[in-house]
Ligand binder design. Structure first.
Ligand code: TSB
Ligand code: ZN
Length: 645
C-alpha cells in the first residue's frame, strides 16, 4: 500500500502501483477527464505512471500553475509529428515551452521549413488531435536511443549529454521523441493552438554551428484564451518600434551597412536631440559635469579595468596599430571618465564629483539578440560616473534614483520594476573574484534599497563584472523584459586605477564609484518611447509639432508661412505642406505621421489672423487667433508628458 496525501490535507491509502488517473477516477469521473498529469512531492509525472511510494499528490488539471507548460510541451510533439508526416526527413531537435507558447528547432536537409508551410502543418496537427493518440513513455538504453534517432545527428549529441541519466522516449502513433516528459495523456488534449512564425536559430546559440529553423507556436486550454492571445500578439506587432519607426521614417537598420547599427533619419534624430538636451539640462541642475571622451582607447586601459578579462566576449576585436600598440572600440565609458577624474587632484570637499556624457559604446552583441533599436552594437549611453566618499554612497544613490524617477515622470513612464542584480558566486570568469569586496558591495546596496523602501526582486548572475546594480526593468511591446536605467556600485575600478581624493586629514583616500545610466542608451530609450506612445509622441518630443496646410498654395501659401515663422520663433518645429495634393489628403497625411497639431488656413483665417486647429486623433476643428494658438501649444510643450498622470 502507498499513503497519498492531498492538497486539502486528506490522506488516503492505495494499492502500490496505482496511477494518478486511477486516483482521480476514484475521486470523480469528471476529475479523471481533466487530469493532465500528477505532481508527486513536487515532481511532475504522467497520469499513467505507477506510484510506488508514499507522497503528496496534486492532480494537475488545466487550472494548475504547471498546466500550460505541460500542454505546450505536448504541442511541440504534436507539431513535430505533423511536420514529419509532411516532411519525412525533417529532424525535430529541441522544443521547450516558453512564455505564452512554445518553439521547436528543426532541421530539414531537403530544404528548411518556411512560414508558408505552417498552415499545412497546422491542418495535419488538427488531424492528429482527432486521432487522439496516447503519449507513451518508455525508458530506453543508450544503444536503443541511438538506433531510434540514427538519422538525427542533433539528437545524437543530446544523447551524449544525457546518457548518464535515465533516457526516456515518448511515442504517440508513429512518432517518437527523446524527451524527459511528462506529457498530457493524449494528442486529443491539445485543441487550441496556432503556429506563429519561423526564424533561423543557431544550434546551441553558437554562430559557428549550423543554422536551424525555429518554429514558434502557442497553445491554450480554451478557444477564448487562444483568441485573446492572438489578438494581443497582433496589437504588440502594431506597437513594435521597428514597424512604427519605418512608418514614421524615424530610423532604419540595414544589415548590409552593419548588423546591429541604426541610421537615424531627420525625424528620429530630432527626437534624439530633444531628449539629449532635456536630459543634459536636468543633469546640469543636479550637479553633473559633462565631458567628451573618445571612442577609441588603448587596449591596455581595458586590461587595467578588467574589461579585457571579464567582458571580452562583448568587445570588438582590438585594432593592431603595429609596434605593440592596440586600440579598442570602447564597450563602456567608465575608463574614460576615470581618466578625466585622474587628470586632477581632488579634495574631499569636491565630492561627490559627477562626470557625465552621452558616450558612444560598441558591443559585439550576438547576432540573434539584435533587435531594431532595442539591442544594437553601436549605441550612445546617457552615462555618468559619480565619485563619492564611502559615507556618501547612500545619499548619492538616493539622488540618482530621484533623478531617474523625475525623468520617468516627465516622459510619462510608469510601468517598471526594480531588480537587484547580484553576481553568480560560481562564475569566476564573468565576475571579478574578490569575495570580500562582493559581499561588502552587495550588503551595502541591499541596505540602501531597504532604506529607500523599494520593492525589488533579486537576480543572481546579472551584476556587472565590477559590482552589483539596481536595474530598472520595463517590458517591450513583444513582452520581453529589458533593463532601462541602471545604478551600479563599484569598489573595484577605484582600486584598479588607484584613484584617490585628499581627505580632511591631508591623506589620500579611496573613493567609491557609482555608475549610472538614467535613461539608458538613446537607442533603447527611444525604442521604448515609440512603443509606449505608439508613435504619437507628446508635443514636446514630436519631431514635427505643427503642420500648416494652406487651402490653396497660391492664395494662402504666404499666410501659412507667416504663421509658421511666428511659431518657429518660439522654437516650435513647424512645416508647411505645399504639395500639390487636395486639402483632405494633406490632413490625412498629417494624421498618419501623428503630428500633434494641424492648422488649416484659407481666406477666412488669412483675413482675421486666425488658424483652424485640429489635434492629432480628434475630428474636431477649432478656429482661434494665432496668439491664442501660440499660448495653447506653448503650455502643452511645457507640460511635457505630465498630462498623462
Ligand atoms: C552605466 N558602465 C556602466 C555605465 O556607467 C554600463 O555600461 N552599464 S551597462 O552595461 O549596464 O549598460 C548601461 C545600459 O545600456 C543598460 O542598462 C541598457 O539599458 C543599455 N544597453 C546595454 N546594452 C545595450 C544594447 N546592446 N543596445 C541598447 N542598449 C543597451
Ligand atoms: Zn560605467
Amino acid at each position: 500500500m502507498v499513503k497519498i496525501s492531498f492538497p486539502d490535507g486528506a490522506v488516503k491509502e492505495f494499492e502500490s502501483g496505482i496511477t494518478t488517473l486511477e486516483i482521480a477516477q476514484s475521486i470523480s469521473p469528471s476529475l479523471a477527464k481533466k487530469a493532465l498529469a500528477g505532481k508527486i512531492d513536487g515532481k511532475l509525472i504522467d497520469v499513467t505512471r505507477p506510484i510506488e511510494a508514499d507522497g503528496a499528490l496534486e492532480i494537475v488539471t488545466p487550472e494548475h500553475a504547471d498546466a500550460l507548460d505541460l500542454l505546450r510541451h505536448s504541442a511541440v510533439h504534436l507539431f513535430a509529428q505533423a511536420a514529419r508526416r509532411l516532411h519525412p526527413n525533417l529532424r525535430p531537435i529541441i522544443g521547450p515551452a516558453i512564455k505564452d507558447g512554445f518553439y521547436e528547432d528543426t532541421d530539414n536537409p531537403e530544404g528548411q521549413l518556411t512560414a508558408d508551410q505552417l498552415p499545412e502543418i497546422e491542418a495535419e496537427m488538427s488531424r492528429i488531435v482527432k486521432e487522439d493518440l496516447p503519449a507513451i513513455r518508455k525508458v530506453v538504453t543508450e544503444a536503443e536511443a541511438r538506433e531510434i534517432f540514427k538519422d538525427n545527428p542533433f539528437k545524437q549529441e543530446l544523447i551524449d549529454e544525457y546518457k548518464d541519466g535515465e533516457l526516456t522516449v515518448y511515442t504517440q502513433g508513429e512518432y517518437s521523441d527523446l524527451c524527459r516528459g511528462p506529457h498530457v495523456p493524449s494528442t486529443g488534449f491539445v485543441k487550441y493552438f496556432k503556429l506563429l512564425s519561423v526564424a533561423g536559430a543557431y544550434w546551441r546559440g553558437d554562430s559557428n554551428k549550423p543554422m536551424m529553423q525555429r518554429v514558434y507556436g502557442t497553445a491554450w486550454f480554451t478557444k477564448e484564451d487562444l483568441e485573446n492571445n492572438l489578438q494581443m500578439r497582433e496589437e504588440a506587432k502594431e506597437r513594435d518600434h521597428r514597424k512604427i519607426g519605418r512608418e514614421l521614417d524615424l530610423f532604419f537598420n540595414d544589415a548590409s551597412l552593419g548588423a546591429g547599427t541604426a541610421y537615424w533619419l531627420p525625424d528620429g534624430a530630432t527626437i534624439r536631440r530633444v531628449i539629449q538636451r532635456f536630459v543634459e539640462d536636468r543633469e546640469i541642475a543636479a550637479g553633473y559635469l559633462h565631458v567628451n571622451t573618445p571612442n577609441l582607447m588603448n587596449l591596455n586601459v581595458y586590461k587595467q579595468s578588467g574589461h579585457w578579462q571579464h567582458y571580452r566576449e562583448d568587445m570588438f576585436p582590438p585594432m593592431d596599430m603595429g609596434e605593440g600598440e592596440e586600440l579598442e572600440l570602447r564597450p563602456m565609458n567608465c575608463p574614460s571618465h576615470i581618466a578625466i577624474y585622474k587628470h586632477d587632484v581632488h579634495s574631499y570637499r569636491e565630492l561627490p564629483i559627477r562626470i557625465a556624457e552621452f558616450g558612444n559604446m560598441h558591443r559585439y552583441e550576438k547576432s540573434g539578440a539584435l533587435s531594431g533599436l532595442q539591442r544594437v552594437r553601436v549605441m550612445q549611453l546617457n552615462d555618468g560616473h559619480t565619485f563619492v566618499m564611502p559615507e556618501q554612497i547612500q545619499e548619492e544613490f538616493g539622488n540618482i534614483l530621484q533623478l531617474v524617477m523625475d525623468m520617468y515622470h516627465d516622459f510619462g513612464i510608469n510601468d517598471y520594476s526594480f531588480r537587484l542584480s547580484l553576481r553568480d558566486p560560481n562564475d569566476t570568469e564573468k565576475y571579478f573574484p574578490d569575495d570580500a569586496m562582493w559581499e561588502n558591495a552587495e550588503a551595502m546596496l541591499r541596505a540602501t534599497l531597504k532604506d529607500l523602501k523599494l520593492d525589488f526582486v533579486e537576480a543572481e548572475g546579472e551584476a556587472a563584472f565590477y559590482g552589483p546594480k539596481l536595474d530598472i526593468q520595463v517590458k517591450t511591446a513583444l513582452g520581453n523584459e529589458e533593463t532601462l536605467s541602471t545604478i551600479q556600485l563599484d569598489f573595484l575600478n577605484p582600486e584598479n586605477f588607484d584613484i584617490t581624493y585628499v581627505g580632511a586629514d591631508g591623506e589620500k583616500h579611496r573613493p567609491v564609484m557609482i555608475h549610472r545610466g538614467v535613461i539608458s542608451t538613446l537607442e533603447r530609450f527611444i525604442a521604448y518611447l515609440i512603443e509606449l506612445y505608439k508613435g504619437a509622441f507628446p508635443t514636446w518630443l514630436a519631431p514635427w509639432q505643427v503642420q500648416i496646410i494652406p487651402v490653396s498654395n497660391e492664395a494662402h501659401g504666404d499666410y501659412a508661412w507667416q504663421v509658421a515663422k511666428k511659431l518657429q520663433e518660439k522654437g516650435l518645429r513647424v512645416k508647411v505642406d505645399e504639395s500639390n495634393e487636395k486639402v483632405g489628403y494633406k490632413v490625412r497625411q498629417a494624421q498618419v505621421k501623428k503630428i500633434p497639431y494641424e492648422l488649416v488656413v484659407g481666406d477666412k483665417e488669412a483675413q482675421n489672423n486666425s488658424v483652424t486647429v485640429r489635434r492629432y486623433g480628434s475630428d474636431e476643428e477649432i478656429s482661434k487667433s494665432v496668439d491664442d494658438f501660440v499660448a495653447e501649444i506653448m503650455a502643452d510643450v511645457e507640460n511635457l508628458s505630465r498630462i498623462k498622470k
